[in-house]
Design a protein around this ligand. Sequence first.
Ligand SMILES: *Cc1c(COP(=O)(O)O)cnc(C)c1O
Length: 225
Amino acid sequence: MSDAVTRLAEVRSAIAAATAEAKRPADAVTLVAVSKTFPIEAIQPVLAAGQRVFGENYVQDAKGKWPDLRQRYPDAEVHMIGPLQSNKAKEAVALFDVIETLDRPSLAKELAKEVAKARAAGARIPRFLVQVNTGAEPQKGGVLPGEADAFIRACREEHGLAVEGLMCIPPADEPPAPHFALLTTMARRNGLAVISMGMSADYPVAIAMGATHVRVGSAIFGARG
Ligand SMILES: *Cc1c(COP(=O)(O)O)cnc(C)c1O
């Protein structure tokens, strides 16, 4: 068994424990296994072990791996969790099942255009999460908390995008709990069911605070090179 498969089982039990501890239903939390930078050979055993939801950060990286992996595992679901340039919107719509990093009007506009084309062609349409920059960090993507409600409304009403939830990456040097609490409050206020938060270092805390999706990379695949 590969190390990643052993660690996948450990992460799964930790998720189950945190979910039970929070008195939430056993299926309340979906594990997004973050396979960015890892090759097909590293991902394949994790798919074979039953994991079906994956996260990728780079369009080119994902494009080199998932068309091939999807042939063998047609029910795999791939989430874009990295910053998305508007000029990659077309490729992203074609590649991903969920785009978690919808974070600005210019991107919403490009994505809406590509979604319309995909729909006309009868192709699969991705679902979207709005990324919120809960720490208002200048170097980080995401809409500012004070602008999120209006942006979510614009994505749905003006751009016709299927926004189903929110995503955040708290500042690395702060306790994550207040950021997780803020994201959950914003999701509830906007009637959004999906809350993507928590990574290898803090996913049990995120589950306690309402995460429906945790994005776990290094705790499964090991350190990235
Ligand atoms: C890389 C990454 C993760 C996974 O991080 P780990 O600490 O390896 O679990 C989760 N979310 C986003 C947005 C990432 O870029």
